[in-house]
Design a protein around this ligand. Structure first.
Ligand code: HAM
Length: 426
């Protein structure tokens, strides 16, 4: 038997109703806040991520699905990667299509995306090798911290709408990449005396970008890391002011948060504001549902014009897990057929097909039974399929054009003409 590969899974129909719900609420939030959808390819040049996400990140270092495409034999081949995230792709697209070209001063390009991402991480509950993100990016020439607060306000609305309320917003500032130098020197000095006690990955981080040691999940390293100076303590003046304004904008909106100085986020492009939203219960170790931040300069890194950027992505797989059971149950029920037609006898069965077509054209979700079943068995099947009503069509009903509509939850039944049924479900 051939099965799904490690870290990937089928999202089965029973769960899809929850995915649709989340996607629908997200799309509505994006509409209200002026984001438009973009769909970029799942495969990109490897260089996009090695430059964008950064050589020193775990993602680029260990987790990318990369292959050489030798489709054209006259070429040496091209290194291609399954996207591990989408911010770099969106910024690439922004540059490639010169979306900035007709911008008025202060005008923003607001884009969102939904789709699968790929990282070769160790699979566990809530962590997959193919997972789905919904994300949004705000690009332009403005780095106003009010933009950041507005995006978080949208997320706040979104989570509230999904009844995911037991969450914490964690925020930090990772400062300006150009003024980070002094801090990094100090950080390396602080790590050095204990370097031998750090894990192998941290040795690599120490050598390439010491800030990345904060990404380490190794228990022994974490104890050492908790004693290191944080970047937040040595922010440059402008970043400090930016962070204060960002917090004031959150305060003005009544959005609560916790400052997490050791949270630097695992991607190299972040500058200044970084944030995560964690679920306080129900998700175990993989409880970060949203991650995001500012990435001024990513466009320049990718060969584009000077651009400010801010955005986030949330993990759909994790949000589905975080939905409260009551919400999940009502969404599953909403996906069930509204009417299951039980027809008795050949003539009735032929007529039932026409009735079904008319009901469906009126917008009602209808299932037809194609097998010959006795009434009792047919009703049992309707129940099993979670249909809310059965419509009974026998010889008499076919002749009179009035059908028996049975409410399966309540056990009540009434005799109705097709127009009356349609009016009932309108
Ligand atoms: P990230 O923190 O790497 O950020 O991922 C964002 C979210 O994707 C995580 O909080 C988590 O919910 C979900 N996620 C990540 N990896 C996995 C996995 N292996 N399995 C399941 N879910 C996962 C980014 O990707 C940035 N591009 C976010 C961003 C957009 N920053 C600025 N703009």
């Amino acid at each position: 038997m051939i099965q799904t590969i490690r870290g990937t899974r089928d999202i089965l129909p029973e769960e899809i109703a929850l995915w649709h719900r989340i996607e629908a609420v997200a799309s509505e939030g994006f509409r209200r806040y002026g984001f438009r959808e973009i769909r970029t390819p799942i495969i990109e040049k490897t260089e996009l991520f090695s430059r964008g996400v950064g050589e020193s990140s775990d993602i680029v270092n260990k987790e990318m699905y990369t292959f050489t495409d030798r489709a054209r034999e006259d070429r040496a081949g091209e290194s291609i990667t399954l996207r591990p995230e989408c911010t770099a792709s969106v910024v690439r697209s922004y540059i490639q299509h010169r979306m900035y070209a007709d911008h008025s001063p202060g005008e923003l390009t607001k884009l969102y995306y939904i789709g699968p991402m790929f990282r070769r991480e160790r699979p566990q509950a809530g962590r997959y090798r193919q997972f789905f993100q919904v994300g949004a990016e705000v690009l332009g020439d403005s780095d106003d911290p009010a933009i950041e607060a507005e995006v978080i306000e949208m997320l706040d609305w979104f989570l509230g709408e999904l009844k995911i309320t037991d969450t914490t917003l964690l925020i930090n500032s990772v400062g300006d990449a150009t003024t980070r130098g002094d801090y990094l020197v100090g950080l390396r000095e602080a790590i050095e005396p204990d370097l031998e006690s750090y894990c192998e990955d941290c040795h690599h981080r120490y050598a390439t970008n010491a800030l990345r040691v904060f990404d380490c999940k190794n228990e022994a390293c974490r104890a050492l890391i908790s004693r290191l100076p944080t970047i937040t303590e040595s922010l440059d003046e402008a970043s400090r002011e930016h962070f204060a304004q960002f917090r004031a904008h959150l305060d003005a909106r009544g959005i609560g948060y916790t400052v997490r100085p050791e949270m630097v986020r695992g991607l190299d492009y972040y500058t200044r504001t970084a944030f995560e939203i964690v679920a306080n219960s129900g998700l175990g170790a993989q409880n970060t549902i949203v991650g995001g931040g500012r990435y001024d300069g990513l466009s320049e890194t990718l060969g584009g014009p000077p651009t400010k950027g801010f955005g986030f992505a949330f993990g759909l797989d994790r949000l589905v897990m975080a939905l409260p059971e009551s919400e999940a149950a009502s969404r599953r029920a909403a996906a069930a057929p509204e009417i299951f037609i039980v027809s008795l006898g050949d003539e009735a069965r032929a007529h039932a097909a026409l009735v079904a077509r008319e009901l469906r054209r009126a917008g009602i979700a209808v299932l037809l039974d194609f097998s010959e079943r006795k009434m009792k068995k047919a009703l049992a099947l309707a129940d099993k399929l979670h249909a809310r009503h059965a419509l009974i069509i026998g010889e008499n009903e076919t002749a009179s054009r009035r059908y028996g509509l049975k409410n399966l939850a309540e056990g009540t039944q009434e005799s109705l003409a097709i127009d009356e049924i349609i009016a009932k479900f309108a």
